[in-house]
Write a new protein. Structure first.
Lengths: 401, 295, 309
């Protein structure tokens, strides 16, 4: 009994010292802990997943492994694209494991649930791969930072030029959840505004195995363009089925969200010539090539845009902690918004008050087989879209100073 | 575009044809289930996993051993059937005398293991398997473009289903089988090795799922959960058709594919629920199923 | 007597647990324990294997979520609504399902649950694949702030105890005796003049309502209702919990639920995440082949053998 009392006492004393030590450095519980939440084995595993974990690890190593003299730790988990699993995991991370910020964040449905938990707990969401623009508009929060791209930039980059080119009638095959709905809505807005019309839409569940009936609906719709408002393996499967049923020869097929691993997986005979918008391409210049080569060495494939984004935002987050002298979320966000990120990924970039990271986007064309020098040589960058043209304007109620 | 009473006929026919293609898979899978249920009184929850296994075996055979589609179409069902035989002999037979619910739970567990193992090995994003060279391309029908491979699915599945039905209902082997279902003791007394028939039947039923898996590989993405998504629908079909009815399973499988196609045309939102709704109606009016005998 | 002692010990354990373990984890265990108890009432004491109990868990969750989010009810009323809704669904499904037996019963419940699943997938109010997000925990009776995990925990614990007590009351009542008689020998129960289907139906409704209560509570804890709870995998999981713990035993479902949730939690964080399905499947197979009494059942057997009187 006595020894128990003693050890309790010493533990209490030690914890008092630990707390006071932490306050001096401004780092809660003596470490900065970053959680990486992503789909690790499902339809979106290739576009973020383990690659995002690698990217975050690279950022931490490049930063030196410690910040303000305290270690930086990384934990990761698989959300299986399910909002309940993701939000329960993040709740556990912030409530019982001292996680300070969560990155990765892929399926918009999961990100929606997770950002709510993080905001309630005043922790930062570093969104790398989600597409929905809700996190910086109607569901905006002072603790959200949305990197890489969003549906608005996709619609502005891909849809607008096509409508202006005279492709007026559109049909949507949409992934049936937050991301697909948001993309369809925003893209429809762009189409209508530029004098086009949406002649129909079908909603296909996430992970649909057979797209044939949707393709048939698209075929009999009389549209000029069939827009695939889906991503990952859904995009691959729907495009393959479209080719099988001869749809690609009858009308234009536009992939609204295409990640490099998906473009790489497709037969160039099917995908070659398709135009799309991306937030990053590895073969842009020496800086991107240098980082991408390092990434490929560790991960085995060239980076998808969300993976490059995850590195960039982790770096910016750590730099901001260093400057703020604390890992307190409010203070760090302030610095993140004040300082402009500038690295191989973030060009002409700044983090807006609503949490939207505005930067250059790229309009690219998928190369045909005869244009490719090697398996990684998949895009031609046709145009750089300045950030302010690509993203939505800020909403007044999201102006978190 | 041809229309009749405001209905776009081309679109409708297209959906019906796609429904028939899906129905071919339903028919193959529910036929396998019905055969197994008829003889063993087991609901094989692993039937979906066997279908997945068939698709993955075909994919692996091509990827690692260079075995092409046509060879896979023969070897893979045999391999899957062999796994089924092992499963029956070493896992199901020891509990054959317990409540049948235990065998249902056992096959459910096996399905989880198989699905988990393949997810672990290949991830769940799905592999793609190229359509065999001979069946590439397609024909322009008046109302739609029909890829050759999809036409092949309907023909091959129907052929296999009809052959199976014929074998069970019209041949001597089938007579043994049916008699074994009705009265195993008597059959045993006649000197017929009933346990062997049971094992082979299970292997055959499971092999049908493997065959369906190979057929599916080129058109659906080869992924670990392809079977579990399909299985529940197939269960509903077996309930609608009447459990254990061979002909009922085939007809209901094809029929439900068509019903689904119709719904996709007229009211797409309900296309995933329609089969279950039909099932409820059938249960209310004909509890033994459309082709089943009252137990 | 034995049961009372064990129950008292468990209550004591439940009261101190949140000081040692992460309360949200414990709440998850309690919700699933209640779900498994409700399920066990049907499987263990009437002999009916329902493969569609996820429908009730999901219904409870969605209705409670809707009431909290859009009607602004207090948590206790929200949970009550969810429970009643699940009970009503159970009344309808029970009517359809109890006509069939054994495997047919399992298939019918599975297919009916699937109907509900697809309805929830399509219906706008559930949020489909996104789930129903941002459900407030609210203030219990209007003044206890449930955002505090400790308050929430004790509220959940109280709900669990109520559900557990209700299951036990049912089992040990004359009604429960008749249920057991049906399980042991249905034709005899019929010949004694009992309307067997009515009894089965009543048990089904109670079980469904309690499953709904578990779902409602879970939604409040996680502030989210999602399709996972209505998916047929969930129906399989509750079978596993009950089987592992020991079907037909009083404490089996609790032990089973705690084990399964603990395994899942342990695996989901680490490198072993991929093995969840494999391990769950293995447990199923091992239980069925060698271990049909479950953990509690085996322990009871050992106790009986060594200390039996």
């Amino acid at each position: 009994m006595k020894s128990l009392k003693k050890s309790l006492l010493s533990a209490a004393v030690a914890s008092v010292f630990a707390v006071s030590g932490a306050q001096a450095a401004g780092i809660s519980d003596d470490k900065v802990k970053i959680g990486v939440l992503a789909d690790m084995g499902g339809v979106y595993a290739d576009v973020c997943g383990p690659g995002c974990v690698t990217a975050v690890k690279m950022a931490v190593e490049d930063f030196g492994g410690t910040v303000l003299g305290k270690p930086i730790e990384i934990v990761s988990a698989d959300d299986q694209n399910k909002p309940d699993i993701g939000s329960a995991k993040v709740r556990e991370w912030v409530e019982s494991q001292g996680v300070d910020a969560v990155t990765g964040l892929v399926a918009s449905s999961v990100t929606g649930a997770v950002t709510k938990v993080l905001t309630d707990n005043k922790k930062i969401a570093l969104i790398s791969t989600s597409a929905s623009h809700a996190f910086t508009t109607k569901a905006c929060s002072p603790y959200n930072a949305h990197w890489t791209y969003n549906v608005v930039s996709l619609a502005n980059g891909t849809v607008k030029p096509m409508v202006k080119d005279g492709k007026k009638k559109w049909f949507f095959i949409t992934a049936d959840y937050a991301f697909g709905h948001a993309l369809e809505k925003v893209a429809s807005g762009v189409i209508n505004k530029n004098g086009g019309e949406v002649v129909g839409a079908v909603r296909a569940p996430l992970g649909t195995t057979d797209f044939s009936s949707y393709i048939l609906q698209a075929q009999s719709s009389g549209a000029d363009v069939v827009a695939l408002a889906n991503a990952g393996s859904d995009f691959i499967n729907s495009l393959k089925t479209a080719a099988e049923f001869g749809l690609t020869e009858m009308m234009d097929v536009a992939g609204l969200l295409v990640f490099t691993p998906n473009a790489q997986a497709l037969d160039p005979a099917i995908a070659g010539g398709m135009k799309l918008t991306t937030g990053f391409y590895w073969d842009l210049d020496d800086q991107t090539r240098e980082w991408s080569a390092r990434f490929k060495e560790r991960h085995g494939s060239i980076p998808a845009m969300g993976q490059a984004g995850a590195y960039s935002m982790t770096m910016h987050y750590l730099n901001s902690i260093k400057e703020a002298g604390t890992d307190d979320a409010d203070a760090v966000m302030k610095v993140m918004k004040k300082n402009k990120p500038n690295d191989f990924f973030a060009r002409n970039a700044y983090l807006r008050n609503d949490g939207r990271m505005v930067h250059d986007m790229y309009q690219v064309r998928i190369k045909k087989a005869n244009e490719r020098k090697n398996a990684d040589d998949i895009y031609v960058v046709e145009k750089v879209i300045p950030g302010d043209e690509a993203f939505q304007p800020m909403m007044a109620q999201c102006d978190f100073k | 575009m041809a229309t009749f009473l405001g209905i776009n006929l081309f679109g409708l026919f297209g959906q019906l044809l796609v429904g028939l293609i899906n129905g071919s898979f339903y028919a193959l899978l529910s036929l396998g289930l019905a055969i197994i249920f008829g003889l063993l009184k087991i609901i094989n929850f692993a039937q979906g996993a066997m279908y997945m296994l068939g698709a993955f075996f075909a994919w692996m055979a091509l990827q690692y051993m260079g075995i092409n589609y046509w060879a896979a179409l023969i070897f893979v069902p045999l391999a899957v059937g062999a796994i089924g035989i092992l499963m029956e002999r070493f896992l199901l037979r020891p509990i054959a005398n317990e409540d049948h619910l235990y065998s249902l739970l056992l096959t459910f567990g096996l399905a989880l293991i198989l699905q988990g193992a393949f997810t672990h090995m290949f991830g769940s994003s799905g592999m793609s398997y190229a359509i065999p060279e001979e069946l590439k391309g397609g024909n322009r029908l008046p109302f739609m473009y029909l890829p050759n491979y999809r036409a092949w699915i309907i023909i091959a599945s129907l052929a296999v289903c009809v052959a199976t039905w014929y074998m069970i209902e019209k041949t001597k082997l089938g007579a043994y089988l049916r008699a074994g279902t009705e009265n195993p003791q008597l059959m045993q007394a006649f000197g017929i090795n009933v346990p062997l028939i049971v094992t082979l039947t299970f292997g055959f039923g499971v092999g049908l799922a493997g065959f369906a898996g190979v057929m599916a590989a080129p058109v659906y993405s080869v992924s670990p959960d392809m079977g579990s998504n399909m299985l529940i629908v197939v269960f509903a079909i077996v309930v609608i058709g009447g459990m254990g009815s061979i002909g009922g399973a085939i007809l209901t499988g094809l029929g439900m594919g068509v019903v689904e196609g119709l719904t996709k045309y007229f009211y797409p939102e309900a296309s995933t629920t329609v089969i279950f709704a039909v099932m409820v109606i059938v249960l209310l009016t004909k509890p033994a199923g459309l082709f089943g005998k009252e137990a | 007597m034995q049961i009372n002692k064990t129950a008292v010990a468990l209550i004591g354990l439940g009261l101190v647990a949140p000081f040692v373990l992460y309360p949200v984890f414990l709440m998850k265990v309690l919700c699933f324990a209640l779900f498994a108890c409700a399920f066990n009432l049907l499987l263990g004491f009437v002999g009916l294997l329902s493969f569609g109990h996820a429908a009730f868990l999901g219904t409870g969750g969605y209705i409670t979520g809707y009431m909290m989010l859009h009607v602004g009810l207090t948590p206790e009323l929200g949970i009550l609504c969810g429970t009643i809704a699940a009970g009503l669904l159970g009344a309808v499904y029970g009517k359809l399902a109890v006509k069939r037996e054994g495997i047919y019963f399992a298939m019918v419940t599975l297919a009916l649950a699937q109907l509900v699943f697809f309805l929830y997938l399509q219906a706008p109010f559930t949020g489909g694949e996104d789930g129903m997000q941002g459900i407030p925990r609210g203030n219990l009776f209007g003044f206890i702030d449930l955002n505090n995990n400790m308050y929430m925990y004790y509220f959940v614990f109280a709900i669990f105890l109520f559900g557990f007590w209700l299951v036990n009351r049912t089992i040990h009542s004359p009604f429960g005796q008749i249920l057991k008689a049906i399980r042991e020998n249905e034709p005899r129960a019929v010949s004694l003049g009992y309307n067997v289907n009515d009894y089965k139906w009543a048990a089904f409704v109670i079980s469904a309502a309690l499953a709904g209560l578990a779902g409602s509570t879970k939604t409040l804890v996680f502030q989210l209702a999602s399709l996972t709870d209505a998916h047929w995998h969930m129906s399989g999981e509750v079978v596993l919990m009950t089987l592992l713990g020991g079907m037909g035993t009083i404490f089996g479902p609790i032990v089973g639920a705690a084990s399964v949730v603990a395994i899942q939690n342990y695996l989901s964080g680490g490198e072993l995440g991929n093995y969840i399905h494999i391990i769950m499947g293995l447990i199923f197979v091992v239980c069925v082949l060698a271990f049909r009494n479950g953990i509690v059942g085996e322990i009871q057997k050992v106790i009986k053998r060594n200390f039996g009187n």
